[in-house]
Design a protein around this ligand. Structure first.
Ligand SMILES: Nc1ncnc2c1ncn2[C@@H]1O[C@H](COP(=O)(O)OP(=O)(O)OP(=O)(O)O)[C@@H](O)[C@H]1O
Ligand SMILES: O=C(O)C1=C[C@@H](O)[C@@H](O)[C@H](O)C1
Ligand SMILES: [Mg+2]
Length: 175
């Protein structure tokens, strides 16, 4: 297996990028990064606070910069923030420097998974399900553009997705 090849997970809020990415990294004996967690560690404040102080644009600038730095590393697994693919340079950077997996999950299920969590500023609206549906419609093409593989993951438990990705990865990148 090509141990230098990075693995990146993209998809909407609640798709399971952090959950799957962390398990995948453990199984491969790799270092795991989460771009959201990295931004929080660097700024010392939570994501909603960055949105409040610097706006979404400010958060996006930090996100693009953080991902640019992490993609310079070798052999990592990274979960990206749900909106990272809005940046065209980030999409290209991810696609060219690693194996990109899009976890595609229906908005109704994303809503069930995220409805009690206050940590996602874009979902603090009157109708978060409608918001997730809009975000899914507008971003789905961007996730597909960045990705090498799409997992229709709605019906799968995280461990099942990890198993599937381990098989695909070793098939594609065995040396
Ligand atoms: N395959 C799965 N089946 C059922 N529940 C899952 C699955 N994957 C993740 N979850 C649950 O859904 C919630 C959101 O998962 P997670 O935080 O990994 O999503 P995410 O894609 O990283 O979201 P964000 O972009 O907001 O960081 C968590 O409570 C997690 O336990
Ligand atoms: O989908 C999005 O735009 C976001 C997803 C989260 O991972 C965070 O990066 C933030 O809440 C924005
Ligand atoms: Mg996450």
């Amino acid at each position: 297996m090509d141990n230098r090849r990075n693995i990146y997970l993209v998809g909407l809020m609640g798709a399971g990028k952090t959950t799957v990415g962390r398990q995948l990294a453990r199984r491969l004996g790799r270092v795991f990064f989460d771009s959201d967690h990295e931004i929080v560690a660097r700024t010392g404040v939570a994501v909603p606070t960055i949105f409040e102080i610097e706006g979404e644009d400010g958060f996006r600038r930090r996100e693009a910069q953080t991902i640019a730095e992490l993609t310079e590393l070798d052999g990592i697994v990274m979960a990206t923030g749900g909106g990272a693919v809005l940046n065209a340079e980030t999409r290209k950077r991810l696609h060219e420097s690693g194996w990109v997996v899009y976890l595609n999950v229906p908005p109704a299920l994303l809503f069930e998974r995220t409805k009690h969590d206050k940590n996602r500023p874009l979902l603090q609206v009157e109708n978060p399900l409608a918001r997730l549906e809009e975000l899914h419609a507008s971003r789905d093409p961007l996730y597909r553009e960045a990705a090498h593989l799409t997992v229709e993951g709605g019906h799968l438990v995280a461990a099942g997705i990890v198993q599937y990705l381990l098989r695909e990865y070793s098939r594609l990148y065995k040396s």
